[in-house]
Design a binder for this molecule. Structure first.
Ligand code: 0O2
Length: 202
């Protein structure tokens, strides 16, 4: 398989989405309004991970582009839980892509303790061979959810998906602690935002 050719449109999509989402963040800053977006990261799934996921889910190679929905992945990290839903609403109102699926792992936390809001979109991208519509996944989460997910992801990698029970139990406790941190911060959100406005004005 010519992976370079297959992944080129995904690289383009990831770059375009990064520019657009960073643009949204900058517009909030120009208007001196609280930005619901703290930072953005993005990646194209490495070939090794694509092949591992395909094997695990028994996806034939000719169905990879339709069945693996996160080859292009963008992550939006927010300060507060409310911000996640502001970002979701803003993404819903955009005209440059179509949302085909939404998964709210905040209201419906995963068994692992994972929390995040996922959107699967169809994004039209111009290539030198014409227009191509590719799938991309946007993950929207708070800083606390991101901290937890990053650490859990590393442990999953280390233990090849079989995290020992004791560590799993600690991860569950950590997930609850992260959730409480988000809840507590939400309660003093107005105070924090006011303080940050004063700070930025200086
Ligand atoms: P990577 O290495 O991040 O790319 P599903 O069949 O719906 O359960 P699907 O289709 O993979 O699974 O979608 P889902 O559940 O929305 O997960 C897609 C991505 O979300 C994952 O990609 C992770 O990035 C993240 N994710 C989902 N569940 C967890 C979790 O329990 N812990 C962590 N840390 N991340 C999670 P990949 O391809 O698994 O991994």
């Amino acid at each position: 398989m010519n992976w370079e050719a297959i992944l080129a449109p995904y690289t383009q999509v990831v770059e375009e989405l990064k520019v657009k989402l960073k643009g949204m963040r900058a517009q909030f800053e120009y208007e001196a309004r609280h930005s619901p977006i703290e930072f953005i990261t993005a990646r194209v799934k490495p070939v090794k991970s694509i092949l591992e996921k395909a094997e695990k889910r028994q996806i034939p190679l000719d169905r990879i582009e339709t069945d693996i929905q996160d080859i292009a992945g963008v992550r939006v990290v927010c300060q507060f839980v409310d911000d996640i839903y502001t970002v979701v609403d803003m993404l819903r109102s955009r005209q440059d892509f179509t949302i085909i699926e939404e998964k709210d792992y905040i209201a419906n936390e995963k068994e692992s303790g994972y929390r995040s809001y996922h959107m699967i979109i169809e994004y039209p991208v111009e290539t030198i061979h014409g227009n191509k519509v590719v799938l991309a996944e946007i993950q929207i989460r708070t800083l606390a959810m991101n901290f937890w997910a990053t650490n859990e992801h590393s442990l999953n990698y280390k233990y090849k998906g079989r995290i020992p029970a004791e560590i799993k139990a600690r991860l569950h406790l950590a997930a609850e602690a992260a959730f409480m941190l988000d809840e507590e911060m939400s309660k003093i959100k107005t105070e924090i935002q006011e303080a940050q406005r004063i700070f930025y004005r200086k």
